[in-house]
Design a protein around this ligand. Structure first.
Ligand code: FES
Ligand code: FES
Length: 169
């Protein structure tokens, strides 16, 4: 199949590449750019492990072709920490709240959580749970994930992280 040229920005770096029209964005990120922090859990738009940001909003990168990202700005989990290695507030909140076990869902969870926090800085538990419904975790029971998203959202909004003690899973 004839390849198509695409130009896009990923984690602040500009790339121009040739991709097959059938190449999924997640395949491009992982296999062509080596961004293996973005995971594939299902390939059918169910699990959210592949969540990245496209122009600042979360999308499932297994649901999009790489050619559709042409001209756009993509951020992966590998692009959210500061240049000096300081974790993004949402990464820090997941760490402090023990919001992960195996970690497979975590990159996608965090990308979705950042999007939720941006849209709903004061999100209550119900809002967080509703907005995480497209991201599945097989380990944690969600309780600490929800706490982390709320703590991270407060931190992103410039407040204090408040009670980030881990609760029952
Ligand atoms: S791999 Fe994309 S939603 Fe599961
Ligand atoms: S921490 Fe294992 S799938 Fe979520």
């Amino acid at each position: 199949m004839a390849k198509k040229p695409i130009s896009l920005t990923v984690d602040g770096v500009s790339y121009t590449d040739d991709v097959e029209p059938r190449t999924l964005l997640v395949q491009y990120l992982r296999e062509q750019l080596g961004k293996t922090g973005t995971l594939v859990g299902c390939d059918t738009t169910n699990c959210g492990a592949c969540t990245v940001h496209l122009d600042g909003r979360s999308i499932k990168s297994c649901t999009m072709f790489a050619v559709q990202a042409d001209g756009h700005d993509v951020t992966t989990i590998e692009g959210v920490a500061a240049a000096d290695g300081t974790l993004h507030p949402m990464q820090q909140a997941f760490h402090e709240c023990h919001a992960l076990q195996c970690g497979f869902c975590t990159p996608g969870m965090i990308m979705q959580a950042i999007d939720v926090a941006t849209e709903h800085p004061d999100a209550d538990e119900a809002t967080v749970r509703e907005n995480l419904e497209g991201n599945l975790c097989r380990c944690t029971g969600y309780q600490n994930i929800v706490k982390a998203v709320q703590a991270g959202a407060r931190e992103m909004a410039g407040g204090t992280s408040g009670d980030t003690e881990a609760g029952a899973a």
